[in-house]
Design a protein around this ligand. Structure first.
Ligand SMILES: Cc1cc2nc3c(=O)[nH]c(=O)nc-3n(C[C@H](O)[C@H](O)[C@H](O)COP(=O)(O)OP(=O)(O)OC[C@H]3O[C@@H](n4cnc5c(N)ncnc54)[C@H](O)[C@@H]3O)c2cc1C
Ligand code: SF4
Length: 330
């Protein structure tokens, strides 16, 4: 591992100022992704700015029942928070579906949003990879890609975003707050992750040096009846091969409000807006759920070894919406 300097920040302005002086420095959240990438040589920061002492470790309920979640809140604290469990259960389930208990105790909200893809070529510095080294190529397209993207893809990169938490946050229209040396800013999660295009090394719309300070969930009564379902290749902790975050508000058997997002199918958490459009105002039954999934997945462009994800996501959509419908009837 390359030698690096380490400093601890105690206030937000100080943290931002420290990083502003050194473009090769990185913020250190829980370190559960960054330190691994430093060990493999994918990340080679000159300096780590430890942000765990910043006063960003609280979850507050906002007027109307939304939540403001500090960037250094751990994944464990987020999943255990009573207001998260009551008003946004799919978010708590998504967080608990990710990693192991020990990792969740360390991992932070800001770090989870910015974790990097688990594409094996990205983490192997002996291989080319457009995301790690722009212009070097994408060996996954002709190589190992059984867990790669089927939606929103590009010829330059077909890696998927690995976060479970970000999928639930996408379904609930979360807004990311950040601070730079020039001041504060906000980005809706829908615009936070940029489409993969021809520059897969650029993953977010965050300005250079930005410190994520928190995430706001607007009030969403529909989220009280919500669920996150993740499919993975083994029962113990593993990244998703497909996941669904859904929230449903039914009135007399008809879909009044719906939130739907997919994980592990694209370079970013995927809001299933085409499916939502089919569902809104339609009867809540298996035929509608399947038609909604088909509308979303019509744009899928699978590679030879990941076509299974189309059927997987269709079945997962129908299953989760059916479960929520049954729950609503209880
Ligand atoms: C074995 C294993 C299994 C896992 N399984 C899953 C899984 O199933 N699902 C899942 O979602 N995740 C999984 N994870 C990933 C884990 O959730 C992430 O490693 C973790 O959320 C990252 O958070 P962190 O605070 O440790 O980030 P760090 O490693 O500290 O940082 C990650 C990146 O974010 C930047 N950063 C951190 N905080 C901020 C901030 N506030 N502002 C700006 N930049 C910041 C860092 O500079 C770095 O670039 C797994 C990890 C491991 C090691
Ligand atoms: S899919 Fe993306 S991350 Fe994986 S090798 Fe190709 S460019 Fe790199």
């Amino acid at each position: 591992m390359r030698e690096f300097a380490y400093e601890r920040a105690y206030d937000v302005t100080g943290a931002v100022a420290l990083l502003d002086t050194d473009s090769e420095a990185r913020y250190l959240g829980g370190g559960t992704n960054l330190v691994d990438l430093m060990k493999s040589g994918v990340e080679r920061p000159t300096r780590l700015i430890d942000i765990r002492e910043l006063p960003l470790d609280r979850i507050e309920v906002t007027e109307g029942g939304g939540l403001r979640i500090g960037a250094t809140v751990t994944n464990s604290d987020l999943a255990a928070h009573p207001e998260v469990r009551r008003n946004f259960p799919a978010l708590a389930q998504a967080v608990l579906a990710g990693a192991s208990g020990q990792l969740r105790n360390m991992a932070t909200v800001g770090g989870n949003l910015l974790q990097r893809t688990r594409c094996g070529y990205f983490t192997d510095v002996t291989k080319p990879c457009n995301k790690r080294l722009p212009g070097s190529g994408c060996p996954a397209i002709a190589g190992e890609h059984h867990n790669h993207a089927i939606l929103g893809g590009s010829d330059h990169c077909v890696a998927v975003h690995p976060s479970d938490m970000a999928v639930a946050l996408t379904a609930f229209d979360a807004i990311v707050s950040y601070e730079t040396a020039d001041g504060t800013g906000e980005l809706p999660l829908a615009k936070f992750y940029v489409p993969v295009g021809d520059a897969p090394n650029r993953e977010t719309a965050l300005p250079a040096g930005a410190l994520i300070t928190g995430v706001t969930l607007p009030p969403a009564p529909v989220a009280a009846l919500s669920r996150y379902r993740k499919v993975r290749e083994r029962a113990s902790y593993a990244f998703a091969i497909g996941s669904v975050a859904a929230a449903l508000d039914l009135r007399d058997g008809v879909v009044h409000d719906i939130r739907l997002a997919y994980g592990a199918v694209a370079s970013r958490p995927w809001r299933a807006r085409a499916a939502e459009a089919v569902l809104r105002g339609a009867p809540a039954d298996a035929a509608t759920f399947a038609a909604a999934a088909d509308a979303e997945l019509a744009a899928a462009a699978p590679l030879p070894d990941n076509g299974y994800k189309v059927a997987l996501m269709r079945n997962l959509t129908v299953a989760v919406l059916t479960e929520l419908t049954e729950e609503a009837a209880r």
